[in-house]
Design a protein. Sequence first.
Length: 340
Amino acid sequence: MIKKILKAIWTERKKMIEQPGKKKMLLFSGSSNVELAQKVASNLGTELSEVDRKEFASGEIYLRLGESVRGADCFVMQSHSGDINRTIMEQLLMIDALKRASAKRITAVLPFYPYSRQDKKALPREPISARLISDMYVAAGVNRMVSIDLHTQQIQGFVDQPFDHLTAMPLFVEYFKDKFDGPISIISPDAGGVKRATTFAKHLDAYVGFVHKKRDPKIHNEVKSFTIIGEVEDRHAILLDDIIDTGGTIAAASRILKERGALSVNVAATHGIFSEGSVEKLQDAPVDKIVVTDTLLQNGNPEKLGNVESLSVSPIIANALTSIFTDDSVSALFMGENVL
């Protein structure tokens, strides 16, 4: 009897061994911006995998995966806004759980890369926090990382695993295409973003300019002075940035653009953080429209402004995850324009 059972088990196992390799894709979401993760799952034609989350009285996070992940290609998605230190820890714990449960490959999806503006030492004895973040994820067990519109491209070099850099630029191109009657100028809020602005301008047949800013490295989120470099008079100006945080740069730059004779001022920024006080700064700014994406849950009630519109990056993320799962090229989705 035992021999018959063992023979039957071996027969079934042999069938499985002889079958072509079947890949299984699982998408997990952290507790931040679940709405975006659900949209991505819908675009993929699947549902989010279950995660049991609790919190101990001491504040420690507990979680447990709700299904077997052995041999699966797992994607862990977390948008880092609000209490980002907590969201980072939650995502790291999910990655550790996947690794210990024998997932075949673990990809961390960070629509907004946390601590991305701390990518270098501006003053002595400062940490390079963006590098530390990547080290933590690799140590936790990620095999790949995905993010959208990094603050600086050098962050990719911090990671010792493959890093796919996506861009929301196709969404902005589609939004602003044929929107204006008259010439357009794409304005970068700093010299470092000129290459991104140049790529964007190519699609809209526009001129490129930038804002020259003077900062005190000892004072964060504050700019001393602004100068606009480029043609803006009698032109529609689009301020193109990766992040809107305090809104100070956007507010000051928009006023100077109007003083210089811009016909209109619009803003396109991938990550709308809208920190406390940003709405008040932007309320009086001469900005016609602020266009952001849903990489983050906006915390500062930007709807009070009345001119904020959000575009969804879910199709972009879904297409990228499909390419990763099928081992196809991700950069081909953007015709190489995700490398800026």
